[in-house]
Design a protein around this ligand. Structure first.
Ligand code: AMP
Ligand code: FE
Ligand code: FE
Ligand code: ZN
Length: 294
């Protein structure tokens, strides 16, 4: 093979994306068709706290020609910090501790969404039906983005971003937290489910200060496999800081778009993961869940 065709064969791998099974706006099928148009070879489906989209992956892979990494973006929390952990290639069994924790988080998210809507309805035009009208199906994990979309549909606010700034912010009067396990327990549960754990967008955990180092160290001690270094919410200095931490602790470094369909500007393939890193992820996973190839 010539050098040129080697270079041309560089794989385009995006390890972070959402469908309408959580707060993305595209079905799994459309997401993978879009991934093909974006020139991706591999895309991880990482909906918040659910594997309900996995059933659609075989058909989506066959139709799009894009390989799929079955995954989850698992919610965890530490004090007032919301920490997201990607679980790549975990077992999807409903009896694992991971599945039980996610079921608990989903139930708590549902209660919390209703409560937030009650509070917001005191000051803004919104009903619970407005929110369920923004949700794809029974199984959809409801989050603040759906409340944002309902407010936009009502004309109460211009767009999702403004809704997050003006109404849905954790420091605002309408925010209600939901149950989520600790970051270290989440890492351990992902490992017990045979999956590979990657700390998602650490730079956006707190918008104005760095993720506390001792929290990162706790996650590493619990068996954290990697860090999502390349993400649009990290500037160059943040990426360098995370790379140093990853090298020191022998962690994998991934990249992902965190695409949410039309709900956010994040474009499929805008951040990528090296093929050698995906190979290590695949080797480390012990669940039997495998990358689905076309
Ligand atoms: P929740 O998990 O319900 O608290 O909502 C958090 C989700 O909202 C994140 O996973 C993102 O998808 C989305 N999100 C957070 N901040 C913003 C923002 N400023 N603009 C748009 N979407 C956001
Ligand atoms: Fe999201
Ligand atoms: Fe996230
Ligand atoms: Zn995400």
């Amino acid at each position: 093979m010539s050098e040129r065709s080697d270079a041309g064969a560089a794989m385009r791998i995006d390890l972070h994306a959402h469908s309408s099974c959580s707060d993305g706006t595209s079905t799994v099928g459309t997401l993978f068709d879009d991934a093909s148009r974006a020139g991706l070879d591999v895309l991880a489906l990482t909906d918040h706290d659910t594997v309900s989209g996995w059933a659609e992956l075989p058909a989506a892979v066959a139709a799009s020609g894009v390989a799929a990494v079955p995954g989850i973006e698992v919610s965890s929390e530490s004090g007032t910090l919301s920490v997201h952990v990607l679980a790549l290639l975990p077992d999807s069994s409903e009896r694992s501790e991971l599945a039980e924790e996610m079921a608990r988080a989903r139930a708590s998210r549902a209660d919390r969404a209703r409560r937030m809507v009650e509070l917001i309805a005191r000051d803004h035009p919104i009903t619970w039906e407005d929110v369920t009208g923004q949700v794809a199906g029974e199984q959809t994990v409801i989050g603040r983005p759906h409340i944002a979309d309902a407010l936009v549909a009502r004309g109460a606010i211009a767009d999702r971003s403004e809704a997050f700034r003006e109404i849905l912010s954790p420091s605002g009067p309408y925010y209600v937290p939901y149950y989520a396990p600790s970051p270290a327990a989440t890492v351990a549960a992902i490992r017990a489910a045979g999956g590979v754990s990657v700390l998602a967008h650490p730079g956006s955990v707190t918008r104005d200060s760095d993720l506390p180092l001792d929290l990162l160290e706790e996650m590493v001690a619990a068996g954290l496999d990697g860090i999502e270094v390349d993400h649009r919410e990290h500037d160059g200095a943040e990426r360098e800081r995370l790379r140093r931490f990853a090298r020191t602790h022998d962690l994998l470094m991934t990249g992902g778009s965190d695409h949410h369909g039309t709900g956010k500007p994040n474009a499929l393939g805008e951040e990528l993961t090296a093929a050698s890193v995906l190979a290590q992820i695949s080797e480390r996973a012990t669940s039997g869940t495998e990358i689905l190839r076309p």
